[in-house]
Design a protein around this ligand. Structure first.
Ligand SMILES: CC(C)(COP(=O)(O)OP(=O)(O)OC[C@H]1O[C@@H](n2cnc3c(N)ncnc32)[C@H](O)[C@@H]1OP(=O)(O)O)[C@@H](O)C(=O)NCCC(=O)NCCS
Length: 143
């Protein structure tokens, strides 16, 4: 198994993987042009796990200059519980830390128990003191 940085050339295979593993989390932000911009802005941080030439796992990783963020942590069902996810997350956190960022956040659906167990096992601490508020930038701003 090899872990290497994701490139835009991986997009079709990675997007097909996400449709199996992460359908609920997909949005317009996952279109090719958006992912290309994300990879460019966060060069070398997002990773893929490859076995016999096949991409079996992914992680998108980046930072905003202050905090790191991880998205689409995913491993194909047939390859789970082999610590592939752990190794991908480890590489992602290492890349973020190497840029001088002290803390990394992830978003996890409340009913995703597998995800929560995975992140806890890795050492992420669940926050009970914050809510996530999101704003659609195309919406009219109330004045
Ligand atoms: C979450 C996910 C990426 C884990 O990938 P993985 O390669 O199977 O994870 P690992 O083998 O590295 O697991 C590391 C540890 O996490 C925990 N863990 C992982 N999957 C688990 C599960 N289904 N149930 C309980 N604990 C689990 C365990 O402690 C595990 O260590 P162990 O196998 O020695 O007990 C994978 O299940 C997945 O793609 N799920 C669908 C997408 C998703 O929900 N992503 C997370 C979004 S927040």
């Amino acid at each position: 198994m090899k872990i290497r940085p994701m490139t835009i050339g991986d997009y079709d295979e990675v997007f097909a993987l996400w449709q199996i593993t992460s359908k609920r989390a997909l949005s317009a932000a996952d279109e090719r042009s958006q992912i290309e911009r994300y990879l460019h802005r966060n060069e070398g941080m997002s990773q893929v796990a490859v076995i016999d030439g096949k991409i079996v796992g992914t992680v998108l990783a980046g930072h905003d200059g202050r905090r790191g963020f991880i998205h689409h942590m995913a491993v194909l069902p047939d390859y789970r519980r082999r610590h592939i996810g752990h190794k991908l997350a480890q590489r992602a956190v290492e890349q973020i830390a190497a840029d001088g960022i002290d803390k990394t956040h992830i978003f996890c659906y409340q009913n995703n128990e597998t995800g929560q167990n995975f992140w806890r096992d890795f050492g992420f601490e669940k926050r009970d003191d914050v809510f996530v508020f999101s704003f659609d930038n195309h919406k009219e701003i109330l004045s």
